[in-house]
Design a protein around this ligand. Structure first.
Ligand SMILES: O=C(O)CCCC[C@@H]1SC[C@@H]2NC(=O)N[C@@H]21
Length: 210
């Protein structure tokens, strides 16, 4: 094969790879459905209501972070977004078996709106970590979950408690602090599970983002 032929073949392969990155395959759609179901299943595990507003400690933050860590930004957002949409449409998959648009007027609303965004942010940061690090990857992935948790989940969660729960900023901030210990533990678990999945199935994200 001449140099020109090899260059053309390489260009066409790289175009195909770029195209396959953009378009979701049937496997991608299957993974999105599976992770949406996983988030819903984690919401069925009874939560522990905390404080005057009764926003629960829930396993959902674990599966939301796991969706981002395993699927990356786009598919993570789609999986968790699908979960939220199905709940808003009436499937009883929010904590305590709640559902419907009324949830948007509840003190949990900020957290629920934050979930797909947090999965996307975690997925984006996970891609950066996988591309740029070889050592201490677990620690960097944990940092990624903490950044999206603090900025997006807890940021919007506090806002939701202020708007719908009629708390001032200090009270909402203090109410939200109760969730930190559990969320840190769940983020550690999400990273441990994600690393095992990345090792067993590198095609799901690791080879995809490199
Ligand atoms: O009502 C729902 O379905 C959502 C509940 C949201 C609970 C939030 S998520 C972040 C923080 N960590 C928890 O364990 N609970 C709160």
């Amino acid at each position: 094969m001449s140099k020109t032929d090899s260059a053309a073949a390489a260009a066409s392969t790289s175009q195909r790879t770029a195209a396959s990155r953009k378009r979701w395959t049937a496997t991608d759609l299957g993974l999105i459905a599976v992770f949406a179901a996983l988030v819903a299943a984690s919401a069925i595990v009874p939560g522990i209501p905390v404080g005057a507003l009764g926003v629960p400690i829930t396993l959902v933050t674990l599966t939301v972070m796991l969706s981002g860590l395993v699927l990356g930004a786009g598919r993570g957002f789609a999986a968790v977004g699908l979960y939220v949409l199905l709940g808003l449409a009436g499937l009883p998959i929010f904590s305590g078996g709640r559902s419907g648009l009324g949830i948007l007027a509840s003190p949990s609303a900020g957290y629920i709106i934050a979930f797909p965004l947090a999965a996307a942010a975690t997925g984006y940061l996970a891609g950066v970590v996988i591309r740029r690090t070889v050592r201490n990857r677990g620690l960097w992935l944990f940092a990624a979950t903490m950044v999206s948790s603090i900025v997006i989940v807890h940021g919007l969660g506090v806002l939701g408690m202020m708007v719908n729960g009629k708390l001032d900023f200090t009270k909402a901030f203090i109410a939200d602090l109760a969730f930190y210990p559990g969320d840190i533990i769940k983020n550690v678990l999400a990273v441990v599970i994600a690393l095992a999945i990345h090792k067993a199935f590198p095609d799901v994200l690791v080879r995809r983002v490199k």
